[in-house]
Write a protein that binds this ligand. Structure first.
Ligand SMILES: Nc1ncnc2c1ncn2[C@@H]1O[C@H](COP(=O)(O)OP(=O)(O)O)[C@@H](O)[C@H]1O
Ligand SMILES: [Mg+2]
Length: 226
């Protein structure tokens, strides 16, 4: 049976794509067929959506673009605003149907949320509602920098409010000079009530294949891939 994970983060730009791709590599290394999904992308550069390209490159099953990325918006802005400007209403059922189709094509589907967990997708629903509709365990990427404790705890609470499991969290060192990084991590490890599945240092040239080596799928709650 196919399994999935929903990758969220404490903010945009905190390493969700990097971790989602690393998860794809890690599951693939265990012999699984894997597909990355980006239900909503915003910000086209040179005619491409970088997150979608990265997820496709880390997948080992080719799937239709309309399933991998049902909604894409050119401006790098909040996607519901981009959708409004085009007169488009994003529909969670469309994303859910795409996820279901992908889950029939691979053992593991890794879904990367847009922005932070509570980002709106339409007038009444958020990315949290999407995670809930998909019913997936959530991996929380914490971008380790000053301010991350508040963001991490708010996100953790929002995950719980949706009744979703937090399969694990990732400490992604965005600020290599962060003061008391270790103390922050100890605090978060105690408060997040989820296993720490990776500690990723600040990398000179980040690449998801290398990041897969920092991941412990076995540490993850209920999603080891075995
Ligand atoms: N541990 C790290 N060390 C160095 N750069 C990182 C690290 N994690 C992420 N980055 C860089 O930060 C940027 C944002 O990461 P990304 O995975 O795209 O975040 P998100 O998907 O949350 O927006 C990218 O350029 C990425 O290469
Ligand atoms: Mg991303």
């Amino acid at each position: 049976m196919s399994q999935g994970l929903f990758v969220t983060g404490t903010d945009t730009g905190v390493g969700k794509t990097l971790v989602a791709c690393a998860l794809l590599h890690a599951f693939a290394a265990r012999g699984h067929s894997v597909i990355g999904m980006k239900p909503v992308a915003a910000g086209r550069e040179y005619g491409r959506y970088a997150d979608v390209d990265a997820l496709i490159a880390a997948s080992n099953v080719h799937a239709q673009m309309k399933l991998v990325n049902p909604y894409a918006f050119e401006p790098p802005i909040a996607p519901h605003i981009a959708a409004d400007q085009l007169g488009v209403t994003m529909c969670l059922d469309v994303m859910h149907d795409a996820y279901r189709a992908l889950s029939r094509q691979a053992d593991v589907v890794i879904v990367e949320g847009a922005g932070g967990f509570m980002i709106p997708l339409n007038a009444s629903e958020t990315s949290a509602d999407l995670a809930c509709m998909l019913g997936l365990p959530v991996v929380l990427v914490v971008g380790m920098r000053l301010g991350c404790i508040n963001h991490a705890m708010l996100t953790r609470r929002a995950i719980e409010d949706q009744g979703l499991a937090c399969a694990g969290w990732v400490a992604n060192t965005l600020d290599g000079n962060m003061l008391n990084l270790k103390e922050n991590m100890i605090f978060l490890s105690e408060c997040l009530e989820a296993p720490l599945i990776a500690t990723i240092p600040r990398l000179e040239a980040p690449n998801s294949f290398e990041c897969a080596s920092y991941l412990s799928l076995d540490a993850m709650k209920g999603a080891s891939g075995e």
